[in-house]
Design a protein around this ligand. Structure first.
Ligand SMILES: Cc1ncc(COP(=O)(O)O)c(C=O)c1O
Length: 451
């Protein structure tokens, strides 16, 4: 449902684009120069997706703010799409990383920091054994391999519209109930229908029907979906899904890379989930590349029994730089000083403030939209009711409208996540930062409804 007049939206977008161009001459210059050496003019293809005709180039960032090459200050509610949920460059991490960088960065030998991190993760999530990777994508890939190896099953199961990094098997979706490559899937190695079962979230019958084939090694799932808007599980969903997975011999992998926003132990601790394996990347090292994956005693025993010393470096799990000293020093400092219970309390209350403010503007202007929240992550969606699953949420997406609202916010000094309308809080975010967003959102909403 939309009350947005598209002609009017186009005009408003033009006005905001002109303002953006006028206010960012240096960023424009850098973007033109980048065309000569960077594919598409950006260091990574997603960076083209920001609202505006070219990306804002960053000069420096600290806490919840960054400054662009034109010297403008922004409240960062994207926070590197969770990589900087800790705030940019937290002091404790900067110090630990600087020290470690001067003492040896990577050796393919363990440092004592790894033990601190393993022990901390064990307390947070309740899983006894941990390994490290450089990205959440890799941690997911390695977890899938372990699941396939110990179950001797070929497929994985994911939810429609999930995102778990650039994991080939997870780039699958449903079209009229049939599994196929997801829209935009670049060069899939095989049709993902060969590797993947896909069901809608919050549908236990569909989940059981898929598990009945006895060919899914694991369910790879975010406890709450976060990459197609925030979609919360219905009451009792995970308890029942957990039971089904056990009944059909399928392992449950909780990808807490984003849902860590729910609290220091993610949804696993908040909702007392009992995954067989768990993945936590992105923010775990405050943006220094690093990710962790953990498993139960049973999974540890089953996989250890199948890995032989002579072949342990050629099994398709691990990497030269995985578990390096710098990455572990960053993780230790992040876990010890930044992702603490005390900081989470602050961050969650700011997300509540964000939602209350946006919700009040939505109501004031009679827009058929809603807001959703998971811990310190908040999101507005262009539908009146919270979605139950990926299909419902995707149907309410509106790329044109989203880009306009993001550009409008950017021109008023607020950065939202480019892939949907997510706002994340870090320990340094302030109530004033949230007010800046609410004011911009209210201004945009008023313009939509005025004749
Ligand atoms: C839930 C989830 N898992 C894994 C990843 C992959 O993270 P990375 O791109 O750092 O490998 C993402 C990235 O957005 C994610 O949202």
């Amino acid at each position: 449902m939309s009350i947005v007049n598209r002609e009017k939206l186009k005009k408003l977008h033009e006005r905001e684009t002109q303002r953006f161009v006028a206010e960012h001459p240096r960023c424009a210059e850098l973007y033109v120069r980048a065309q000569d050496s960077l594919l598409g003019g950006v260091p990574m293809n997603w960076m083209k997706k920001w609202a505006g005709p070219f990306p804002v180039f960053v000069r420096d960032a600290k806490g919840a703010h960054f400054t662009c090459a034109d010297g403008r200050d922004y409240v960062d509610l994207c926070l590197g799409d969770t990589g900087a949920m800790t705030g940019h460059s937290p002091d404790a991490v900067v110090q630990a990383v600087a020290k470690r960088a001067g003492e040896g960065i990577t050796l393919m030998l363990p440092t004592e920091d790894a033990l601190f991190v393993g022990e901390d993760l064990k307390k947070r999530f309740g899983l006894p054994y941990w390994q490290f990777a450089l990205t959440a994508t890799d941690a997911n890939r390695f977890s899938i391999r372990i699941a396939r190896e110990i179950t001797q099953r070929p497929k994985i199961l994911v939810f429609h519209y999930c995102y778990h990094g650039t994991v080939d098997e997870s780039f699958a979706g449903l079209q009229n109930g049939v599994v196929g490559p997801r829209r935009g899937n670049i060069g899939p190695p095989v049709n993902p229908a060969e590797t993947t079962r896909v069901v809608e979230f919050n549908d236990l019958n569909a989940l059981e029907d898929a598990l009945k084939h006895h060919d899914a090694a694991c369910i790879l799932a975010e406890p709450a979906m976060t990459n197609v808007g925030i979609i919360l599980p219905e009451a009792g969903y995970w308890k029942a899904a957990r039971e089904l997975a056990r009944r059909y011999g399928t392992l449950l992998i909780a990808d807490e890379t984003h849902t860590i926003c729910a609290g220091p132990g993610g949804c696993t601790a908040e909702w007392k989930l009992e995954p067989d394996m768990l993945v936590f990347g992105k923010a775990i090292g405050s943006g220094i590349p690093g990710a962790a994956y953990g498993c139960t005693e049973e999974v540890a025993q089953r996989i250890s029994a199948r890995i032989h010393l002579e072949d342990c470096d050629v099994g398709g799990i691990g990497g030269t730089l995985a578990g390096n000293a710098l990455s572990l020093a960053a993780m230790r400092a992040t876990l010890e000083h930044v992702l603490t219970g005390e900081n989470f309390k602050k961050m969650v209350s700011l997300a509540v403030q964000f939602n209350d403010g946006v919700s009040a503007e939505i109501q004031k202007h009679g827009l058929p939209w809603s807001v959703q929240r998971l811990g310190c992550r908040a999101e507005y969606m262009f539908r009146a009711k919270a979605p139950r699953n990926g299909g419902e949420s995707a149907a309410a997406m509106d790329f044109e409208l989203e880009r306009y609202l993001h550009l409008h916010a950017l021109n008023r000094g607020v950065l939202l996540t480019p892939f949907h309308s997510m706002a994340l809080m870090c320990p340094e975010t302030t109530p004033g930062d949230i007010d800046r967003h609410t004011a911009a959102f209210g201004e945009a909403a008023k313009e939509f409804v005025s004749p």
